[in-house]
Design a protein around this ligand. Structure first.
Ligand SMILES: [Fe+2]
Ligand SMILES: [Fe+2]
Length: 153
């Protein structure tokens, strides 16, 4: 999805989530290319994904609840997918210094890749189609992100 083509009412919120998605994909690539730093890249990936999931679950997803039957179905699916992603994140944290890290991280990469595709495809398209006004939601998302970043620092 091209950020500049997102209507004003949705641009800030969807753009921020897309930035998070890009940042995580960069970490996926770094992990793949890294020879000596995999453990810390994996840790950073888990932290960023956990923060992103909280912002979606606490603010973004609830703001879309009840907008349309299509969106409700996508939200139900996303909730299940977040549950699976959390299990994978927990497995990576446990496998951090073991030979299972590589395989577990690969599964997370593929799984999150699929989830992001569905969000940016089906879900964001539906949000734009329904013209959901997300300006106030975007402000709350940014505030929570700042709080979570401050806690992590
Ligand atoms: Fe998500
Ligand atoms: Fe997301």
């Amino acid at each position: 999805m091209d950020k500049s083509k997102i209507p004003a009412g949705q641009r800030q919120a969807l753009g921020a989530l897309m930035d998070d998605h890009r940042a995580v994909k960069k970490l996926f690539k770094s992990f793949e290319q890294s020879k000596s730093n995999k453990e810390s890249i994996a840790g950073e990936t888990c932290n960023q994904l956990a923060m992103h999931a909280r912002i979606e679950e606490e603010i973004f997803y609830p703001a879309l609840r009840g907008v349309s039957d299509d969106l409700d179905a996508l939200l139900d699916e996303a909730k299940v997918e977040h549950g699976v992603a959390k299990d994978l994140i927990a497995a990576i944290r446990r496998a951090a210094d073991s030979d299972r890290l590589e395989a577990t991280y690969k599964v997370l990469t593929e799984y999150v890749g699929h989830h992001v595709e569905e969000e940016e495809g089906d879900m964001f398209e539906a949000v734009i189609k329904q013209n959901v006004d997300l300006r106030e939601v975007a402000t709350r998302m940014a505030t929570l992100k700042e709080e979570l970043l401050a806690l992590a620092a």
